[in-house]
Design a protein around this ligand. Structure first.
Ligand code: UDP
Ligand code: MG
Length: 308
């Protein structure tokens, strides 16, 4: 098998037929043996039955269907686990990642790279809030991590089997695949593209999922937030020390000690309370992920599949 194409599916009934058509014609021009691996991540619509029907007509189609929604990164992970190709493409099902780009990406890979990712020059049809938060997040992440995670790239990429072999040795529960792949190294390069609008349906990434994903990325690749907590601790302790000196001085050496001080007291209490809760929250984000990793449950449960 030359190429495996991993496609996570969450409520994509409006896109599957078109996606299949475009992928098939791209792969036909490449003239390679390939498999289309659809990972149904607990879709509530007709996605699964559509895929199953397609799979009776097209022998290149394989599918794995989860018992519920496990999330995009886990769906991709399952696809990588089941793939058998020498090269593996990860692509979204909503046609925001143009399948036609696989051809230049594949050619680049054959030049001797292990990873060719697609970097977004522009993004169509996404709200300004999503675009600015994404932009800010990628820049923050590249500032606070020691590995260089490329900015403005999603998971759309083609990778060599050797990368998948390493990924399988990284069993963390909270995946941030684009970070893991950068961390692995080897020869990586990119091509640029304009990200299209979603073909049909609506995004499966709610803001809740996006925030969780961003926190997964930060906590898996950086201890910076923990350091911030300690730095804030030092700074606040320093200020408090000066304040204590003043309070004691005022009590013993001033004729009228500062009994007024209600405002400053309130500010201190709320400020300290805020900083403390924030720091505990930061620690909590790390601890909750630690405990998930220690529980070590299976990453996903397969309900149905045609992969042997
Ligand atoms: N997806 C998934 N599980 C989810 C959410 C999304 O498998 O819980 C899939 C979705 O079907 C698509 C890809 O992940 O193929 C990217 O999702 P989406 O287009 O909704 O995200 P966006 O492009 O809006 O960031
Ligand atoms: Mg999308």
């Amino acid at each position: 098998m030359d190429v495996s194409i991993v496609i996570p599916i969450f409520n994509e009934e409006l896109n599957i037929i078109m996606l299949h058509r475009r992928l098939s014609s791209v792969m036909a021009t490449l003239n390679v043996s390939y498999e289309l691996l659809f990972i149904n991540d607990g879709s509530k619509d007709n996605s699964l039955s559509l895929i199953k029907q397609l799979s009776t007509e097209d022998k290149n189609i394989k599918y794995v269907s989860f018992s519920r929604n496990f999330g995009h990164q886990i769906a991709v992970t399952a696809g990588l686990d089941k793939s058998i190709g020498n090269s593996i493409v990860i692509i979204d099902a909503d046609l925001q990642d143009p399948p036609e780009l696989i051809e230049p990406m594949y050619r680049k890979l054959l030049e001797g790279f292990q990873v060719v990712y697609a970097k977004r020059k522009s993004r169509q049809g996404e709200g300004w809030l999503k675009k600015t938060t994404a932009k800010g997040f990628y820049r923050l992440l590249s500032k606070i991590t020691s590995i260089s995670i490329p900015v403005d790239t999603g998971d759309f990429r083609i990778i060599d089997r050797s990368i998948v072999d390493v990924l399988k040795m990284m069993p963390e529960q909270h995946k941030f695949l684009r970070g893991q792949i950068s961390w692995i190294g080897f020869n990586q390069t990119y091509i640029e593209y304009d990200r299209d609008e979603r073909n049909g349906g609506k995004t499966g990434y709610t803001y809740k999922k996006m925030i969780r994903f961003a926190l997964d990325g930060i906590t898996s690749f950086s201890h910076f937030p923990l350091k911030i907590a300690s730095i804030m601790g030092f700074v606040v302790s320093g200020i408090s020390f000066l304040f204590i000196c003043y309070a004691l001085y005022s009590k013993f050496f001033e004729a009228t000690p500062a009994v007024k001080g209600w405002t400053s007291l309130m500010i201190c209490i709320s400020f300290l309370g805020g900083i403390q809760l924030l720091s505990i929250g930061i620690i909590g984000e790390y601890i909750s992920r630690l405990s998930d990793n220690i529980r070590n449950r299976p990453l996903y449960i397969i309900q149905e599949t045609n992969v042997k």
